[in-house]
Write a protein that binds this ligand. Sequence first.
Ligand SMILES: C[S@@+](CC[C@H](N)C(=O)[O-])C[C@H]1O[C@@H](n2cnc3c(N)ncnc32)[C@H](O)[C@@H]1O
Length: 194
Amino acid sequence: MSEADRKKWEGRYSPDALVMGAGPPATLLAWEDSLPRSGRALDVAAGEGQAAVWLAERGLEVDAVDISPRGLGKARGLAEARGLGARVRTWERDLDDGLPAALAPAYDLVTCLHFWPGVELGRALVARLAPGGLFVLAALSAAAWEGRSGGPSPRFLTTAADARAVAAHLTILGCDEAAGAAGRELWLVARRPE
Ligand SMILES: C[S@@+](CC[C@H](N)C(=O)[O-])C[C@H]1O[C@@H](n2cnc3c(N)ncnc32)[C@H](O)[C@@H]1O
């Protein structure tokens, strides 16, 4: 399935322009005041790097992981165009195989935006948080598609219960499963206790 996903995203990212929007995802902007401005960030399913580059602009050293070489190439291009090439490191990786072994042991911020990692990988992400580190998740909400046909594949959808299960050992600062303009986005923000 990951190979099909890689091909799909390689195709989607083929235009030179950013296809996922120019700025960082709305969940990050909404929590801007809580995000660290120094230290290390891990952005998984980083796509074209809008979030990673924005975080680097704010002072973080960012590791951006994605399955799509084209997306990551755009992320590097974006970082370099803003003079941030040294602060954004890209990792081509199929997350179905887990996180790259050579990542840093701990991060001040872990973001997973517009991608549901599943509970197991989600917990592995949370386990990378340094004490006091922040976790930001945004994914498609299963609640929005309940009882409706023609929606996304169920493996891309999640529930507040599963998102909370990922963050079970964290302090949950907020969670909404009917967010976004169409009420179809779930987000969760949580902090690892000091
Ligand atoms: C909806 S996009 C979100 C991109 C970015 N986080 C954003 O918010 O713009 C989903 C991303 O997940 C990546 N992806 C899908 N399956 C993956 C996998 N198995 N391993 C790593 N990345 C994957 C895709 O390449 C794509 O960049």
